[in-house]
Structure formats: structure tokens, C-alpha cells
Design a protein around this ligand. Structure first.
Ligand SMILES: NC(=O)c1ccc[n+]([C@@H]2O[C@H](COP(=O)([O-])OP(=O)(O)OC[C@H]3O[C@@H](n4cnc5c(N)ncnc54)[C@H](OP(=O)(O)O)[C@@H]3O)[C@@H](O)[C@H]2O)c1
Length: 275
């Protein structure tokens, strides 16, 4: 199976979940320099592709039965990338295709969500049997900060989120690619609890047994700090996302994930405990 973006945070998790099922994974990478990360996650081979031009895709898909496609975060050409990967998968005759979307892709307040909605349409038009996963934000986004004792975000500390565990998401991805019954379906993947960043810090303090603070940083400080290295569009996408989080957080239906996993999904406290 080919995992696109396999050296990234999500791609490594999906690669590991597939490798745990003895699936031979080929990692599609932007640069061979990240091969070590893909092999460490369990990939058996690597292929270098450029998603913005499609170069390397046909070669990467030789002998491949199934594809997990995810786009680089807030990429301006998300829709074109989805079209290129889906068409190449059809050319190669793959049996299964899964697309990594996002929770509430039709939320008009977030341009990068709308690009995912359009990418979903493109994928479904090219591969009608594709499975679409719509994950909430991951527990793992704030795990490092919680471990370090300071969770600083540029949006309301009281906004509600039903975050999902990356391991649970990867397990669903592996299930969708290796078992029948997911063809043409869309799975909304929200975690089992609704917590604000302030709640998450309190849970982290309890689980870790040390002080964990939640801090709201202002948008100007974010733009001059973590956001400074981003290009204009990525920064604008994320600023729109923070404004949306401020208004309503990001909450989804928790029932689907539990049904798909056949067990209780991992909570924020579970993510904080070493497995
Ligand atoms: N984080 C969340 O909570 C969350 C929730 C729901 C959905 N998502 C979605 O999940 C997706 C993946 O997020 P992530 O955080 O796992 O991303 P990531 O860690 O940034 O990984 C993206 C991968 O894509 C590769 N890449 C970038 N440009 C490329 C190109 N032109 N050709 C080929 N490969 C290229 C990157 O390789 P290099 O680094 O080597 O360039 C990287 O390995 C995004 O679409 C995001 O919207 C994320």
C-alpha cells in the first residue's frame, strides 16, 4: 500500500498501523532525506514524489493495491494534489483508496476546510469507491506542550474540542484499507470527550502530577513567533482557523469512532500516559 506524506505526523502513524497488520507499505516522500523516519515507522520501501507536479506518482504506484492520501497541511493546491493522486491511483488500478480530510470540511469560516471539501468531491468523482476520513484535531497536537508544562494557544482557552487520538485514527485508516465495507463511505472521527485547552491542562496536571498551565497568546505574538515563518496564505488560513476556534471550537459526533474501533477510543488522559 502507498501512504502519501508518510514522513509526516499523520503518515507515520498510518504507516505504523498498517505495518502492525503486516501490510507492506511503500512510503511516498517529498524528499529521500526523510526515508529514515518512514522506515522507522515500518515502511518497507520509499518513493520520492512531488505532489504539486505529480512527478514520481506513477512510479510510486507500481504494484500497489491501495492508497492512503493526505495532503500537506494548509496546502494551497490541496484540490489539485487530490486530483493528481486519485487519477494516478486509477491509472495504476488500485483496489482501495482512502482520503484524509478533516472534521466539518464544509465550514465556510475556514478556507483550508473548504479546500478539503472540494478535494473530497474531486476524489469521489475520480474514485467513487474511495473512503473519506474526517478527523477532529489530534490529541498529539498539544501533547508535547502539555508534557513540557505549558500549553500556549492563540485562541480561547474555553473553546470546546472533541480531539481524536492519532493512534485511533491510524487504526481506522488501516481498517478501511484492509477490510471490506468502507467503500464509498465517509467517517467522521471525533474523540470521546469534549474538553477546552483549560480542561486539557487540568487533566494533564492531574495525570502527570505536576503543574501544567494553559496560556492564551495574542494573535500578534503568534504572528511574530510561531506564525512568522509561514507564507502569507498558510498564515491567513491558520488565523481564520483560530478565529473559528474562538467562536465555536471544533466538536464532532463521538459515536462513529467507537463503532469503528469496536472499543472505547483513547481519551486525552490515555494519550498523556505512556503506552
Ligand atoms: N493535525 C491535525 O490535528 C489534523 C486534523 C485533521 C486533519 N489534518 C490533516 O492532516 C494532513 C496531514 O497533516 P500532518 O500534520 O500529518 O502533516 P505533515 O506532518 O506536515 O506531513 C505532510 C507531509 O507531506 C509532505 N509534503 C509536503 N509537500 C510535499 C510535496 N510537494 N510533495 C510530496 N510530499 C510533500 C511533507 O514532507 P516534507 O516535510 O519532507 O516536505 C510531510 O511529510 C493535513 O492535510 C491536515 O490538514 C490534521
Amino acid at each position: 500500500m502507498l501512504v502519501v506524506g508518510a514522513a509526516g505526523k499523520t503518515g507515520r502513524a498510518v504507516t505504523s498501523a498498517l505495518a502492525a497488520r503486516d501490510v507492506q507499505v511503500r512510503a511516498a516522500l517529498h524528499s529521500a532525506a526523510r526515508s529514515g523516519e518512514a522506515y522507522a515507522a515500518g515502511a518497507r520501501s520509499v518513493a520520492v514524489v512531488d505532489l504539486t507536479t505529480g512527478s514520481g506518482l506513477d512510479e510510486a504506484l507500481v504494484g500497489v493495491d491501495a492508497v492512503y492520501h493526505l495532503a500537506p497541511n494548509v496546502h494551497p493546491d490541496e484540490v489539485g494534489i487530490a486530483r493528481r493522486v486519485a487519477k494516478a491511483a486509477v491509472r495504476a488500478g488500485v483496489e482501495r483508496f482512502a482520503f484524509h480530510s478533516v472534521l466539518h470540511p464544509d465550514d465556510t469560516s475556514m478556507p483550508h476546510h473548504l479546500r478539503k471539501a472540494e478535494a473530497e468531491e474531486v476524489v469521489r468523482a475520480v474514485v467513487p469507491t474511495a473512503t473519506v476520513l474526517r478527523p477532529a484535531a489530534y490529541h498529539q497536537n498539544l501533547l508535547g506542550a502539555a508534557m513540557a508544562g505549558s500549553m500556549a494557544v492563540p485562541y480561547s482557552l474555553d473553546a470546546p474540542f472533541s480531539n481524536v487520538d492519532l493512534g485511533d485514527l491510524a487504526e481506522v485508516a488501516a481498517e478501511a484499507l484492509t477490510t471490506a465495507g468502507h467503500e464509498g463511505r465517509t467517517h467522521e472521527l471525533a474523540g470521546p470527550e469534549v474538553l477546552s485547552v483549560r480542561d486539557q491542562a487540568a487533566v494533564a496536571a492531574q495525570v502527570l502530577g505536576r503543574r501544567v498551565e494553559a496560556i492564551r497568546i495574542d494573535i500578534e505574538a503568534w504572528s511574530a513567533g510561531p506564525g512568522a515563518g509561514l507564507d502569507r496564505q498558510a498564515r491567513a488560513d491558520l488565523l481564520a482557523m483560530f478565529a473559528s476556534y474562538d467562536r465555536s471550537g471544533l466538536v464532532g459526533d463521538p459515536s462513529v469512532l467507537a463503532d469503528l474501533l469496536g472499543r472505547r477510543p483513547r481519551t486525552w488522559a490515555d494519550a498523556l500516559r505512556p503506552s
